[in-house]
Design a protein around this ligand. Structure first.
Ligand SMILES: C[S@@+](CC[C@H](N)C(=O)[O-])C[C@H]1O[C@@H](n2cnc3c(N)ncnc32)[C@H](O)[C@@H]1O
Length: 296
């Protein structure tokens, strides 16, 4: 992570969502509201506008597709399907009584913005590295609903417990759904374990946690290529915590959690892209929903 600039991987995810939402075969997966929010964010910075120009210029856009094929075939479709899986889970958590949602490493994801608009009594909190958080704040400026709170934090230097304790909007007694999408793999293993411990420490109420995890780039269970490793190093965002899907239950148990749902690439493709059974689609990163084992 380069400290003084917004996360390049956060821009890449946003660019992938816009690209997928503009393709005939996949446009129904990105709602007009989500597309509008993504464009607001991209249009608010020089880097975002550069990413949009890449999509709109046929030569640059062909280059992007080639890069995607070389690094992670079908990753843009994966971004959209993992977001749909997470959104479904979070909405069911809200329907089940969650009063606040906390997105850790929210990047330029738009779910919290969308939820805060449609659920005025829901507290929506986003935490991200200062440069990225500040860019998002600028993007939404006066448009951000009053129940959407964006807080800057570097989780490699400040603990989640400390951060949420100093976050006035966070209610430690409210039933909470935590999200950590596309982030844990960029944290050191010790920081990942601290994060699981922190969630049970910061709230006394029921909690649910939905996150994504990925195996090593050399794993037979991912179609990410070895070039990706070099690329992420160059961006200053190398993968630090990786795990195989088959090991996730044991890992969660060691942290005092149990999984309620594990969706891998094949599951998400079957669920959201049944009309596109072939063609590039990233298989590697998977979505996990879990809750502490010993809490009512
Ligand atoms: C791949 S992006 C994912 C963004 C978003 N969750 C999504 O899926 O669209 C990874 C995010 O993790 C954040 N991140 C990485 N390391 C972090 C740290 N040490 N503290 C806070 N945020 C961090 C980055 O700023 C970035 O927004």
């Amino acid at each position: 992570m380069k400290n003084n600039r917004a996360s390049q991987t956060a821009y890449t995810v946003l660019q992938g969502v816009v690209h997928t939402g503009r393709q005939q075969a996949t446009k129904s997966l990105v709602s007009p509201e989500k597309m509008a929010a993504c464009l607001t964010i991209l249009n608010s910075s020089g880097e975002g506008r550069r990413r949009l120009r890449q999509l709109e210029n046929p030569v640059l856009s062909a280059g992007l597709l080639l890069l995607q094929r070389l690094l992670m075939p079908g990753i843009a479709r994966h971004y959209v399907t993992r977001k749909l899986a997470i959104e479904e889970y979070v909405r069911s958590s809200i329907a089940g009584g969650a009063k606040q949602v906390v997105s850790i490493g929210a990047g330029f994801d738009t779910l919290m913005y969308e939820l805060s608009g449609t659920h005025p009594s829901l507290t929506c909190i986003e935490l991200d590295h200062p440069a990225t958080s500040q860019q998002k704040r600028l993007a939404f400026a006066s448009e951000a609903p009053a129940n959407l709170h964006l807080y800057p934090v570097d989780l490699s230097t400040t603990s989640l417990v400390e951060t949420l304790a100093q976050t006035p909007a966070f209610d430690p007694d409210a039933r909470t759904c935590f999200i950590c999408e596309g982030v844990l793999m960029y944290l050191a293993p010790a920081d990942v374990e601290n994060l699981f411990a922190a969630l049970t420490e910061v709230t006394s109420a029921q909690l649910q946690f939905v996150f994504t995890a990925a195996p090593e780039i050399s794993s037979p269970n991912t179609n990410a290529t070895w070039l990706l490793k070099r690329y992420l190093h160059r961006l200053g965002e190398p993968l630090k915590w990786t795990i195989e899907k088959e090991d996730i239950h044991a890992f969660l148990a060691s942290q005092g959690y149990g999984a309620t749902q594990v969706l891998d690439g094949r599951d998400m493709r079957g669920q959201y892209l049944p009309h596109l059974p072939s063609g590039p689609f990233h298989l590697g990163e998977f979505v996990v929903a879990c809750a502490p084992l010993h809490r009512e």
